[in-house]
Design a protein around this ligand. Structure first.
Ligand code: NAD
Ligand code: ZN
Ligand code: ZN
Length: 364
């Protein structure tokens, strides 16, 4: 089958034929239907995040079950599924305490399936699976616990986006920050994930939602998802601007949704006394944010991370499906570009440029 393979950071992805072994016990063979273009893959392509190579990237995916390995009960051939990039073991401390997004077994097996082996290879060369999804390919083998069934007519691109940016962004607002009605919110970085933080804040009836981005086009686009104000750090100091828009206080909740030490600092400094700072973006490995520890103490700020929207994919992705179907969140409007798998390198150039919304691969 055809896949986009990354051999080395800094190099383009190579579209080529690779082999995919059949699913083992507890695994599912998927025909990929759609794959979103998220910055997390770009961090690996650029060498900002470490990963075993060669690898098939792609972690925002959906598809149809082709066949299942022994013991699989959750899905059957023909089912349409959202793919979760944090499948879980069900036995570790975090799985047993209702935080499956932090599963130990998942984190201890990077680049492979949960048993530590790969199904992808080219002859004798092993190829790694990014996020246990590896959906930049025609097919994938994934753990059963990474499959979330949806209705047979649920659109595949929208399902793919629920697989990362929607759940990550909306979840950060509703499950992690638990934004309260009427509060003030600033979102630093309004790409695919940040726009979902914006609409998550709208869902929570935030009073003011301040979009912060270096691109005017992206700021304007964020207004469609619920932003009420915008700040461009290339033309004004973002911390001063957020304070000015919040009566000199700073925002009740700030979110970092780009991925850099500098933007984490901006989010921290733009929060009010007693405010909550949620870091969603993944900064390049080795980069640090400088936080004033005295401000942390004397201003009683809360600084926390949010992985996968602090959601439980199996139970919370169906909530995202419901929010979409009832018109409470917009996924259709997020999808601004569609590509063929062959065009994947262009798709990654586009996300790094000024294009708004999310790109999705729909032809494999
Ligand atoms: N926590 C998680 O579970 C999780 C899940 C998915 C993605 N991520 C991470 O979230 C981040 C965002 O992902 P994405 O796919 O939305 O990326 P994206 O490229 O679509 O969006 C990033 C946005 O940040 C803006 N930006 C760049 N520099 C900025 C600055 N100095 N100030 C303000 N805005 C700035 C860009 O213009 C862009 O709109 C990435 O780091 C990604 O790896 C985290
Ligand atoms: Zn992602
Ligand atoms: Zn676990």
């Amino acid at each position: 089958m055809k896949a986009a393979v990354l051999y080395q950071a800094g190099q383009p992805l190579v579209i080529e034929d690779v082999e995919l072994d059949p699913p083992k016990a507890g695994e599912v063979h998927i025909k990929i239907g759609a794959a979103g273009i998220c910055r997390s893959d770009l961090h690996v392509i650029k060498g900002e995040a470490n990963h075993l190579m060669p690898a098939v990237l792609g972690h925002e995916g959906s598809g149809t079950v082709l066949d299942v390995g022994p013991g699989v009960t959750r899905v059957k051939p023909g089912d349409r599924v959202i793919l979760s990039f944090v499948p879980y073991c069900g036995h570790c401390h975090f799985c047993l305490t209702n935080r499956a997004n932090l599963c130990d077994r998942h984190q201890a097996t990077p680049g492979t399936l949960l048993d530590g082996t790969t199904r992808l290879h080219k002859g004798t060369q092993r190829i790694h699976h990014y996020g246990k999804v590896a959906c930049f390919a025609q097919e994938a083998v994934v753990p059963e616990t990474g499959c979330i069934p949806v209705a047979p007519d649920f659109p595949l691109p929208q399902a793919a986006l629920i697989g990362c940016c929607v759940t990550t962004g909306v979840g950060a607002a509703i499950y992690n920050a638990r934004i309260t009605p009427g509060s003030t919110v600033a979102v630093v970085g309004c790409g695919g994930v940040g726009l979902n933080v914006v609409q998550g804040a709208r869902l929570q009836n935030a009073g003011k939602i301040i979009a912060v981005d270096i691109s005017e086009g992206k700021l304007e686009f964020a207004m469609r998802f619920g932003a009420t104000h915008s700040v461009n750090p290339t033309v004004q100091d973002p911390v001063a601007a957020v304070k000015e828009l919040t009566g000199g206080l700073g925002a009740d909740y700030t979110f970092e949704v780009f991925g850099s030490g500098e933007t984490v600092q901006t989010a921290f400094n733009a929060a009010r006394k007693g405010g909550t700072v949620v870091v969603v973006g993944l900064a390049p490995a080795g980069e640090y944010a400088s936080i004033d520890p005295i401000a942390l103490v004397r201003q009683e700020k809360t600084l926390k991370g949010s992985y996968y929207g602090s959601a439980r994919p199996v139970t919370d992705m169906p909530v995202m499906v419901q929010l979409y179907q009832s018109g409470k969140i917009d996924i259709d409007g997020l999808i601004t570009r569609t590509y063929r798998l062959e065009d994947i390198n262009q798709a990654y150039k586009d996300i790094d440029g000024s294009d708004v919304g999310r790109g999705v691969i729909t032809q494999f």
